[in-house]
Design a protein around this ligand. Structure first.
Ligand code: GSH
Length: 198
């Protein structure tokens, strides 16, 4: 069975799905199709009425959003990346926190894309504060994360690299030095280097 994963290179959500594909050695079953959502491509709109990436097309049906795609792919490969998370409410909550941090990072970027006069200092500060508190929460709990490389690790590495990519002025290494050693352990994995945002 060949599935199509519709993605854009800048999307951190799409990146998590692409990392999962590589971690689970599913590249031979998943064809990655680049589409820019702002161009409203037919393939994407047909598969996902929200016209957002990522979207996985399986037997003509769209699967979304990124969490659903990642969990679906993991189920095909024998439940590796979510195994510990799905059995533990605290880990599930930490996983949700990684998604919330990604949401704030993307919302902040969307605000930056507006004309200067339409940007909101209020909302930017709220996004930045939630990112800051979220990463501090992790900085104090690194020993509570799943032992192996998991879906939670994937989201957190993706969030840190998205900050470097879109919000370098945030200087996450300076703000959260406890996360640097943790990040160094994972940043050279092929799944990570292969999917770096452009
Ligand atoms: N909750 C969704 C968010 C997906 C999302 O917002 N993707 C963005 C790219 S980062 C997108 O496609 N935006 C297009 C739009 O909002 O029209 C997920 O986890 O997949």
């Amino acid at each position: 069975m060949t599935m199509q994963l519709i993605y854009s290179t800048a999307s951190p959500y799409a990146r998590t799905a692409r990392i999962v594909v590589r971690e689970l050695s599913l590249l031979n079953q998943v064809e990655e199709v680049f589409q820019h959502p702002f161009e409203n491509p037919e393939l994407l709109i047909t598969a996902n009425p929200l016209c957002k990436v990522p979207c996985l097309v399986v037997d003509g049906n769209g699967l979304f959003d990124s969490q659903v795609i990642c969990e679906y792919l993991d189920s095909l490969a024998g439940d590796k990346l979510f195994a510990e998370i799905s059995k533990n409410w605290q880990l599930k909550t930490l996983y949700s926190l990684t998604r919330g941090i990604l949401d704030s990072c993307v919302a902040w970027q969307q605000d930056k894309m507006r004309d200067q006069s339409q940007r909101s200092e209020f909302w930017q500060q709220r996004f930045i504060s939630s990112i800051e508190r979220g990463l501090e929460h992790f900085a104090g709990r690194l020993d509570e994360l799943p032992k192996g490389f998991s879906a939670l690790h994937i989201n957190l590495v993706t969030a840190l690299e998205y900050l470097s990519f879109r919000h370098s002025e945030y200087q996450w290494q300076q703000k959260h030095p406890q996360l640097i050693d943790w990040y160094q352990k994972y940043k050279s994995r092929t799944s990570i280097t292969d999917t770096a945002p452009e």
